[in-house]
Design a protein around this ligand. Sequence first.
Ligand code: SF4
Length: 354
Amino acid sequence: MRRKTRQISVGWVKVGGDAPIVVQSMTSTKTHQVEETLSQINRLAKAGCEIIRVAVPHREDLEALPDIVKNSPIPVIADIHFAPSYAFGSMEAGVHGIRINPGNIGKEEIVRDIVQEAKRKGVAIRIGVNSGSLEKDLLEKYGYPKAEALFESAMRWSEKFEKWGFYNFKVSIKGSDVLENIRANELFAQHTDIPLHIGITEAGMGLKGIVKSAVGIGILLYKGIGDTIRVSLTDDPEVEVETAYAILQSLGLRRRGIEIIACPTCGRIEVDLPKVVKEVEEKLKGLEKPLKVAIMGCVVNAIGEAREADLGLACGRGFAWLFKEGKPIKRVSEEEMVQALLEEVLNYDGKGKV
Ligand code: SF4
């Protein structure tokens, strides 16, 4: 069961409480290149990203923020490190949230001033606790950024924020070690009702990064922990968003687009299945219908194996059976099978099993 958290607002997007688990990402463009940044934000929003974070490392990035905020279709969070003046400047520019690692902002009074300004302006804050920027005293106490150290840092700052009368914040505790990360988030979840932003930092590239993120984020979500997620990959942020939805979908927490399942293939296969699946995925991209579509590699066992699907293709050599709700409805040639499936998807008027 999902952990009960208090709800906060990042612009018009609600995080925590009974809001759906929110998908976030971060732009990879130079923020000051406004056109590129906005075009990436638009692509990400189309892919399902609901809140976007942009880096603000230089003055020129700060100066670009008003334009970006004004034209972004989703709330914008400014990512601030080391430079308190950029935190104030970003809020002045109208961002909906800021992310700070209080440990690298400087004196406590400065953090308090930022918090008070956020309160005045209705801006949300994410307290970021990262293994790479943990406070010195905690590193000395624990020797390395273990779960207890990350948890203590997160609690320390959360308590201060609340003492200063500020509640519109969430916390992220991110370590690149998956198990320490899970433990630190579990500890925090046991002690507070503050919403958690979860993710595995520096997960890496390709398959390894995706697996690491899916395992770390997936385990936490399964335990009911996590109100918003970001998959961090050394890749195009659109892949991050796609991966985030795949994780949420596999746990039954969110759904986006049509769910396509494909058989694992075996010696009975009669077709270039990856090619067919790719083509169907491309053609169905962006279509919002609660449907499960199966693409299977042979006609022998396929329909039985794909009982859970609403529609599907069972491919033979040079042809395919198009099936609906477990029954074959039409035999089509290899050339026409993707189109035939597409038409059936568009005309499907059943309820769908998703
Ligand atoms: S559908 Fe056919 S090809 Fe695919 S795994 Fe099952 S038996 Fe093998």
